[in-house]
Each structure stands twice: as C-alpha cells, then as structure tokens.
Design a protein around this ligand. Structure first.
Ligand code: UDP
Ligand code: MG
Length: 316
C-alpha cells in the first residue's frame, strides 16, 4: 500500500476544513491502494480554523498532523513546512477551500504508479474562473516570466501537484527565505506531467489574494529567478546616453551651421524630469534586489511553529 502525504494550507478556513476532511474521508476511507497522511498547516488564522483542525485530529481514520504557525507566514512558507513533515511515498499540495477536489488526487497517484518516468503530476487551469482583468494580469505575468527568467512556467499551472520524494528532497534543498514555489518547481527540473482541470468555486470565504498581493507576488517571482530587470537598467542607461550624444551633435550642428537657437527652459526641464525618473526607476530595481539580499542575509527561519498536534503520538 502506497502512502500519500497531503499538505493542506489553511488560513482563515474555519468553514472549509471540515468539508474538506469529509471529502477526503469519502475518497480514501475504503481505498485499498493508498494510505493517507494529512498534514494541515494553520498559517496563523485569526478565526476558529485551529479549533476545527484539532477536532479533525480526533478522527483516527488517517494519520493526521496539525502544525500551527505563530503568525501568518504565507502559503510559500506553509508548503516548505509541509514538505518537511511529509513522510509518504508521494506528496500532494492541495488547498483547503475545496477548489481542488481531493478525488482528483487518486488519478495523480495512479499516473505516478504507472509512469515511472513521470516525477510530478500537476493540474493546470485551461479555463480561468476568476475575473477577466485578473486573468489577463496573470497571463501577462507568465509571458514576462518565461521571456526573462531562467525558469519556464506553464500558463495556469497551479500548486495542485503530486510528486515523488526525489522532487520533495530537491525542493527542500532550496531553503531560501524569499520563496516562489512555482519557480522552484520548475527550477529543480524533473519530468512533470500536466493535466487540465477546472477548479471549483471556493466552498466558503474569499480568496486571500488581493490584486496588490498578486502584483507583489509577481514582482517577487520575477526577481527570484531573473536578473533581467538589473540588465534593463543598464540597457536604458546605455540607450539614453546614446540618444543624448546624438541630440547634442544635432544641436551643435544647428547652432554652428544654421544659427538656430533652441528654447532652453522647456528642453532642460523635460530632460531633467525624464532622466531623474529613469534614474529613480533603475535605483528602485537595484534597491529591490538589495532588499532581497538583506532578507536572505539575515537568515531568519522561514516559519515559526507555535503548536504541533498529531493523532499519532509517535510522529510528533
Ligand atoms: N493560504 C495560506 N496562507 C496565506 C494565504 C492562503 O495558507 O497567507 C491558503 C488558503 O487557506 C488556501 C490556499 O492557501 O487553502 C489557497 O489560497 P486562496 O484560496 O486564497 O488562493 P486562490 O485559490 O484564490 O489562488
Ligand atoms: Mg482558493
């Protein structure tokens, strides 16, 4: 019997965790092929999620662990913590909000059983259920990311993945503080099989991703796997210097050979503002990278555990 470790990030999901558990019970209770280990990570929820999770651990059908963080560290930290706790033959990442049906994990496991060349199975959304503008921003992000970074991301690929232990170990070996899991999965390589799916609507509650949070996540992603923005600063600087030199030559020729005077004030103000703006933009890019280096150099832990509960005392 193969063991599947399910990592379930939970942040303010009090209304969803029990529904999720029920669905897992329905899917795996009588399954003779796979044994489940549930790893719920409570990412500093402010509602009753932790209480609900503790109640779930009273059910002894599956080995169930609950790891509660001291505050909200974000889904990337949750995934890292979950991977450290996972002990199955396969590990799967699945959200607690029921957008990703637990029943689909059986298909993932069967693919890994059958196709020994496939190390990771990933569901991707071939039609998006979110608003048009968010979906356009996401699609632009994938294009930018694929063009400028050293990793190749599949459009719509979610974190809903199941993988073997070789992939798990590789991901754990990347213990950087500023984590971008989608990029990390691509960076470590291995063979990934993609399956299309249409996510369900969220069972209860709202998404934790505001447009601003998504924007920050996108910028962080590009910067984690690409130094192209830094090169962009060099290219803009080079282009501007070249343009100014060219313009200077034109002015000299106009003045010396044709006696044309240039209106000084507007020209100077426009140039000063343009160059000032570009310099600030480039400084900003450099600053962002220095900020990331600062965070990495401090070497702080990726997450802090407040409490660990398990219905299998041996495994705490
Ligand atoms: N989540 C988390 N920490 C956070 C934000 C989200 O653990 O800071 C969890 C959340 O509880 C859910 C999963 O990550 O199980 C996906 O979050 P969400 O549904 O908000 O994202 P979306 O599906 O809209 O991309
Ligand atoms: Mg969701």
């Amino acid at each position: 019997m193969k063991k599947i470790s399910m990592i379930v990030p939970c942040y303010n999901e009090e209304e969803n965790v029990k529904l999720f558990f029920k669905d897992v019970l329905k899917t795996y209770k009588d399954n003779k092929k796979y044994n489940i280990e549930l790893i719920f990570i409570d990412d500093g929820s402010k509602d009753n999620t932790l209480k609900m999770l503790k109640e779930i651990t009273k059910d002894k059908t599956f080995k169930t662990k609950v790891i509660s963080f001291s505050r909200n560290f974000g889904k990337e930290a949750v995934i890292y913590a979950g991977l450290k706790e996972s002990s199955g033959d396969y590990t799967v990442l699945i959200d607690a909000d029921m957008q990703q049906p637990p029943s689909l994990t059986i298909k993932m496991a069967e693919i890994l059983d059958k196709d020994l060349d496939c190390d990771c199975v990933c569901y991707y959304q071939n039609s998006r259920i979110e608003g048009k503008s968010i979906s356009k921003i996401k699609s632009l992000f994938y294009k930018v990311m694929n063009k400028f970074s050293e990793v190749e991301l599949k459009q719509g690929a979610s974190d809903f993945r199941m993988f073997r232990n070789n992939v798990k170990e590789a991901i754990l070996s990347l213990d950087e503080y500023c984590r971008f899991t989608k990029g990390i999965f691509s960076w470590v390589g291995f063979n990934t099989c993609y399956l299309p799916y249409v996510p369900n609507e969220r069972a209860n509650g709202t998404t934790k991703w505001s447009p601003l949070k998504l924007f920050k996540y996108g910028i962080g992603g590009v910067m984690s796997f690409s130094t192209t923005p830094l090169r962009l600063a060099t290219i803009i600087g080079f282009g501007l210097s070249f343009f100014s030199l060219f313009y200077l030559i034109i002015i000299i020729i106009q003045k010396l050979f044709f006696g044309i005077d240039l209106p000084g004030y507007p020209t100077i103000i426009t140039c000063v503002l343009l160059i000032g703006g570009i310099q600030l933009f480039c400084l900003g890019i450099i600053g962002e990278y220095i900020g990331k280096m600062y965070l990495e150099a401090k070497n702080r832990p990726i997450y802090i555990v407040k409490e660990k509960i398990s219905n299998d005392k041996k495994s705490i």
